[in-house]
Unconditional design. Structure first.
Length: 271
């Protein structure tokens, strides 16, 4: 298959079970780059076997790690996927058709639509999991990732087109995987809040939980996906509440920051 001057960039840590599928879904990329943060499984060996160049980099946080990956790419145009994501055949074809025109112009980035697989099946109605728009294709001279520890976003000026076909995301193999991810993401988000000295407003916590649940369950149509939708809405609301409880603890008991970091590192949840 003809290649295009594009780098597929993936950041990894212990992704042996999914990295091959991710890399193989982009056969037209002239370069595949994996930035690994100390995997102790077969991630690196599998990535190399599937055509990737591997660079080791200690974990910097999601935004900084993605910016580091951008700096290591051989091409200005970059496609970013997580290891548990992969292009659908339809999107692979659409990208091959539209990339030459995008690369020839001054477009800073493009949005891709993500379809989520949850509990083994695609979500059908829940809006963030059906055609969620994410800026994942960009020119590194015209766009840059925010430096947030978690929930990073691509920053750029100007209009960006949206491609039609979707890429797929295996959203955590099980609920325990999801809960561990929630624990880690909440810790990272609270550290960002601590750096910014965000005010503590615990009085908002019950309302935040209720509004987060109603937003996802009703307004984002999670209820249409049955019990899976209920579980997604409940998990999202619990995450919103737990972040505020944990931040309250960090501010009122500063020693808990180091204590929690040691515990999370011990169980390989943080790094």
């Amino acid at each position: 298959m003809p290649t295009l001057p594009l780098t597929l960039a993936v950041i990894t840590h212990n992704e042996a079970g999914s990295i091959a599928r991710c890399l193989d879904s982009v056969p037209f990329a002239a370069e595949k780059l994996v930035v690994d943060s100390g995997s102790d499984d077969d991630t690196v060996a599998i990535a190399r076997a599937h055509g990737a160049r591997v660079v080791q980099q200690d974990w910097l946080g999601f935004g900084a790690q993605r910016n580091f990956a951008s700096s290591q790419c051989s091409h200005d145009w970059i496609l970013v996927l997580d290891a548990d994501e992969w292009l659908s055949p339809e999107l692979a074809v659409e990208l091959q058709q539209r990339l030459p025109e995008l690369m020839a112009g001054n477009t800073p980035a493009a949005y891709l639509r993500r379809r989520t697989i949850y509990m083994g099946r695609p979500m059908r109605w829940y809006r963030p999991n059906v055609g969620e728009k994410l800026a994942r294709l960009y020119h590194r001279g015209r766009a840059r990732w925010s430096d947030a520890r978690v929930h990073e976003s691509l920053r750029f000026d100007g209009a960006a087109p949206t491609l039609h076909a979707a890429f797929d995301h295996a959203n955590n193999p099980s609920l325990p995987h999801k809960q561990l991810k929630v624990l880690r993401y909440a810790e990272l988000k609270c550290r960002d809040w601590l750096d910014r000295r965000k005010p503590v407003r615990m009085w908002q916590a019950p309302l935040v939980y209720l509004l987060a649940f109603l937003k996802d369950y009703l307004f984002r149509l999670a209820f249409m996906d049955g019990w899976r939708g209920f579980l997604i809405a409940q998990t999202a609301a619990s995450y919103a509440l737990y972040k505020r409880m944990r931040y309250y603890e960090m501010v009122n008991h500063p020693e808990s920051v180091a204590d929690a970091t040691d515990l999370l590192n011990k169980h390989h949840i943080d790094r």
